[in-house]
Write a protein that binds this ligand. Sequence first.
Ligand SMILES: [Zn+2]
Length: 616
Amino acid sequence: MAIKQHMKQWLYATTVVVSASATTSAWAEDAHSYAKLDEVSTPHLELDLTIDFDAKQLRGTATYDLLRHGDASQLHLDTRELSIQKTEIWVDGAWQETAHQLGDEHESLGQELTISIGEESEKVRIHYATAPTASGLQWLTPEQTKSKKFPFMFSQSQPIHARSWMPIQDTPALRLTYDAKLHTPKGMLAVMSANNSLSPERNGEYTFSMPQPISPYLIAIAAGELEVKSISDNVAVFAEPYIIDDAAWEWADTPAMITATEAMYGPYRWDRYDLLVLPPSFPFGGMENPRLSFITPTVVSGDRTLINLIAHELAHSWSGNLVTNASWRDMWLNEGFTSYVENRIMEALFGERRAVMEQALGYQDLLDDMSRLAPKDTVLNIELGTRHPDDVFSNVPYVKGQLFLMYLEEKFGRETFDSFLRQYFDDFAFQSISTAQFKEYLARNLLAKHPNVVSMDKVNEWIHQPGLPEDAPKPASDAFAQVEKQMQRWLKGGQLETADWTTHEWLHFINSLPLDISSVNMKRLDEQFQFTQSSNAEIAHAWLKLSITKDYEPARERLRNYLLTIGRNKLVSPLYRELAKTPENLKWAREVYQQAKPGYHPLTQTVNEALLYPEK
Ligand SMILES: [Zn+2]
């Protein structure tokens, strides 16, 4: 056991030293972390935590292996709102208490924790507890779950929230493996972004191991009344009982998605790929926690039309989890590549027509975002300073990044570009890289091998200039052109032929309705297609947004209910933003918000309070 442990350490030590020389500059550039990886890094973590639902608190220890790159005698960690009880170092075969210090609190970065580690110690152990307000955790009471039997809790560590539930070198430039022990009340199941048992005994004691080095923002935890249902040999769904069968049905194509992605970009390297359904308050569509993606229930639509979200989270197993952005300024390396791969998976499984519709919907979202963003925030390699990455979250790294890769594919041809990408995933597997490293790699392995196709000036325009280059792809769908033709006919009193329309066509239809549409026509549509009562969360969202603009009163109660029951930020914040435009609607929105707030995730609260209470 001890020898094995030692070998493992040695193995990852080598990995880290190699990437240390390659990414020293990237390490120095992460403005969102106090870690000094070039002095000491932490290649392995052991967590031992009690999940205390009454106190809304995680409590226990985080133990790190230390890897020294010089003769530094201090370890620098990130924390936010943590109580640090005691710090120890492992010296001469025993734990020995050591000094630590918490720095001043920074609004977006939290507090630096500095621990004296002496010259010789190989490990450090921190005894700590989280705050009930930890920004990376959400705690739901039993009443806030469907069956109301057990409480539920989950983490969302990306981008810089891991530090709110463990002291950690919270930079994506770090890669570490982890083991964990979790203690919960009996009858509940805890899961992590690690190896999860498919037939767990719910005795309140759970152990996990993540043997592949990942970045801190990918460490994830959840606990609740969870059941397991297998979709295939290597894919299973974890969910509360009320939704487990529906989710397993909805995502039946996941194994085929894995096969399709492997054919394009090389092997899936994470053993199993499981999916966890979170409560409706989960602030994102999905989070690509390795081996166990966390997914919003709002994409369980009953018609399998929103499964591009699963393709997206799966794609992160290559772009993001395997090859990782070294800082949040490089986020487009995660999200742009993933949006591109997601769309290629959708094309492989469902054909070009659907893939292009999804491109066109994403393109429209990008244009909407770009119209309200400051030009400097439409740059791929964005200048963040120490602004919180959540404050500048937009479609830019996703869709502009995707358009850049589509542009490269168009210029070099699919075959050439696919083999370039496949090699890229191989060459940087289990490494964190910066935009500068990517550019250097692109110049050497694509541009130079096929001269006079795309210039470095053009690449720099894409990566460092605001807006879109003039010759950027402009995805347009024939199917959507047909929808627009039909709409024109309908506005003049004709009928709609919608028998073969999917969610995509409906979304485009609603989003393209003229803003001066009459209330008579709103009512006519609603009566015929029941948009106000749509159980498809995306269609309901698009309709409710329009209903605010149009003061369409019959949708008001549904809007209230929607805002009270869904906490996915992409679905609620555009509605609050629209409501904030008139004093009367703003007053109404604040009332609803105050009622909804206890059920919202801290992140959803922060974003929407900025919209509803801008003076704060
Ligand atoms: Zn993503």
